[in-house]
Design a protein around this ligand. Structure first.
Ligand SMILES: *Cc1c(COP(=O)(O)O)cnc(C)c1O
Length: 230
């Protein structure tokens, strides 16, 4: 994977620039819309963490991935409570917890399944209507709820700034997330995607979520039969 070499180079340079060890940064390869074969290929190239956005899509791919020893799977999409059980079974880390209700639901199902799940709190730091995530003012109540959990471990914060071609536009959001993580003493910071992960690393990201830069553009859904243009 030539793309992986380029991404690795970008990560190493950003880490060096900011005086951080490469080992402190987890590369999560975002494999949504790509096949299980592409995931296996990335695993063979050395990738050990994968991110998926849709519970159902990953449930279909998961049976083909039983040989990926040591791989960890991160859920990074919007989670509905009715998918919480399946999500806990399929994923090691759920990055998108944004309400006490969801946290309590995860605790309930993880307890029933007798598993432990790591979670991050998804923060909405912009005013965008379309985005999900909790407001910074909600962190104390989320952490209080997390303390009550025996099967859910709140490890950090995650955010997704408004998309921009210019990574400098993302930097203030990364800085804000890092400052919140320091304030609440949370070790993990998931921030930075293909277009802006260097800035995220410079601001302290411990997890970056990279799709396009590793796998190329995501496949477009095929037009339904009969609707194809003639
Ligand atoms: C799709 C997605 C990514 C990866 O985006 P790229 O621009 O392809 O790197 C990262 N984080 C989340 C939450 C996503 O949905």
């Amino acid at each position: 994977m030539d793309r992986l070499r380029v991404v690795e180079q970008r990560i190493t340079s950003a880490a060096e620039r900011s005086g951080r060890p490469r080992a402190g940064i987890t590369l999560v390869a975002v494999s949504k819309k790509f096949s299980a074969e592409r995931i296996e290929e990335a695993y063979s190239a050395g990738i050990r963490a994968f991110g998926e956005n849709y519970v159902q899509e990953f449930a279909e791919k998961r049976p083909q991935l039983n040989n990926l020893t040591g791989a960890r799977f991160h859920f990074i999409g919007h989670l509905q409570t009715n998918k919480a059980r399946q999500c806990c079974r399929l994923f090691d880390v759920i990055q998108t917890v944004d309400s006490v209700r969801l946290l309590e639901k995860l605790e309930q199902v993880a307890k029933q399944e007798n598993i432990t799940v790591e979670v991050l709190l998804e923060m909405k730091l912009s005013g965008e209507e379309s985005k999900t995530g909790a407001a910074p003012e909600e962190i104390p109540e989320l952490l209080a709820a997390g303390k009550e959990c025996e099967h859910v471990r709140v490890q950090g914060l995650m955010t997704m700034p408004p998309w921009s071609e210019d990574s400098e536009q993302s930097r203030p959001y990364f800085r804000r997330l890092a400052s919140l993580a320091r304030q609440y003493r949370l070790p993990q910071l998931s921030m930075g995607m293909s277009n802006d992960f260097e800035a995220a690393i410079e601001e302290g990201a411990t997890i970056i979520r990279v799709g396009t830069a590793l796998f190329g553009p995501r496949p477009k859904p095929q037009p339904a039969a009969g609707l194809a243009p003639t």
